[in-house]
Design a protein around this ligand. Structure first.
Ligand SMILES: [Zn+2]
Length: 321
């Protein structure tokens, strides 16, 4: 097995959103990657600039971030050629690591734009080193810049950030401050391709929580009626934890609930409903073991939301009188 530490640079429509190509918002202009073996030692590197086909000029933001200039694209190959060579270089037994959750999504978008077959398995599990840095060095929730992590770990900054290869290189150095076990126990799911049916639904379990990704539903209401979506299996023993507070909306397309396992205590359920490109929606559910204090906070949150709703209703009624 090899770890492929990947970083991409991309460009967007220089003339603004109104003029952009709806099929390709972000066009990849550089692929950089570092290959690590099972012990996290570097064995190889890949770097190639890609000649843009859709947005030939660089957006001002791209110019600010990326060190590439027009001259660098002279003689560069197009995305299909570079992508084919890149995946051949990755090899069959690659696991992908990125800083943040965007790169693999954009890579698949670009593959789809050029009607290239996806080389990824379903579901696509990968390692988000930004998240894993937060799990082991911070509070699990914060998401820091790569440069912050490099400074935090006292890694010497020998080359500039924000080229695809230098960012892949720095990400690999952050990984070398972790163990393979720490990385492999904390996979992420890529949501570019989500389950099409019940059989493909994704179940993952981690040390402190479990994750479920559902098949598609027509709308939110259908999703929140589905017995599998709204179930709350204990994240430790998988037995059904009994609801203490049923699912309630907390804003956006998010829902919380509180459940209790006789053996493992309180569980916080969270559902995020997301839209797919075909406008159907799917659910991402996490069930996490929590303390009685955190369980109390969920009760309080629900009560505050109920009072707010009541006040709003009263205010609207008063206005119509
Ligand atoms: Zn349990």
């Amino acid at each position: 097995m090899n770890y492929i530490v990947l970083d991409l640079e991309w460009n967007q429509c220089p003339a603004g959103k109104a003029a952009e190509n709806a099929l390709l918002r972000f066009e990849i202009i550089e692929i950089g990657a570092v290959k690590l073996n099972e012990t996290l030692a570097e064995t190889d590197r890949f770097r190639e600039i890609i000649r843009p086909q859709v947005y030939r000029e660089l957006h001002y933001k791209t110019k600010e971030i990326v060190s590439l200039r027009a001259i660098d694209f002279k003689g560069a190959r197009s995305f299909p050629d570079v992508a084919r060579d890149f995946f051949a270089w990755c090899g069959e037994d690659a696991v992908f690591c990125t800083w943040g959750s965007a790169d693999l999504n954009e890579l698949q978008n670009n593959l789809a734009y050029y009607k290239m077959p996806s080389p990824f398995l379903f579901p696509l599990l990968y390692y988000d080193i930004q998240k894993i840095f937060s799990i082991f060095y911070e509070d699990r929730k914060s998401r820091r810049s790569l440069e912050y992590a490099v400074d935090y770990l006292n890694i010497p900054k020998s080359i500039a950030f924000h080229s695809a290869l230098s960012d892949a290189h720095y990400t690999s150095l952050v990984m070398q401050r972790l163990t393979p076990g720490q990385i492999l126990a904390n996979s992420s799911v890529d949501y570019y391709q989500t389950p099409e049916n019940r059989r493909q639904e994704i179940y993952l379990s981690y040390e402190t929580y479990s994750k479920f990704v559902s098949r598609p539903f027509r709308d939110k209401i259908q999703a929140m009626k589905d017995r599998v979506v709204i179930s709350t299996p204990c994240c430790k023993c998988r037995k059904n934890a009994q609801k203490r507070i049923r699912w309630f909306p907390v804003g956006g397309s998010n829902y919380f609930c509180l459940a209790h396992c006789p053996e493992h205590g309180y569980m916080k359920g969270k559902i995020r409903l997301r839209h797919r490109k075909d406008n159907l929606c799917y659910a991402i559910k996490t069930v996490k073991a929590i303390s009685p204090e955190e369980a109390y906070e969920i009760r309080e949150k629900k009560e505050v939301l109920r009072l707010k709703r009541r006040l709003r209703r009263k205010f609207n009624n008063d206005k119509t009188l």
